[in-house]
Design a protein around this ligand. Sequence first.
Ligand SMILES: [Zn+2]
Length: 100
Amino acid sequence: MGYRPPVPEKLGGMSAGYGLMFTCRGCTRGVCWPMPDLIKRWGEEGRVAAIAARLKCGNCGRRGAAIETVPVRDERATEGDRARSKLEPVDRLMWDLERS
Ligand SMILES: [Zn+2]
């Protein structure tokens, strides 16, 4: 597994080479976003807890995801990549951001 840095308060505080894994507390479906995608979407001032609170699971409807950091250095072989591949296509995640 290796070292994982703590979840930062804001996206700008994330360590390079890591992403965030959001996991539904209800049905354990999850999605991993690499840091560049997160910052593109919410900006460096985006608050991680606020983002997680807004996420709504498209599978069971539960809001408020659990968050952890995941290494995304090697896109082809990381845990995050495997997690993403279970949820293809990425834009139709089990998560509904717009309506939350
Ligand atoms: Zn769920």
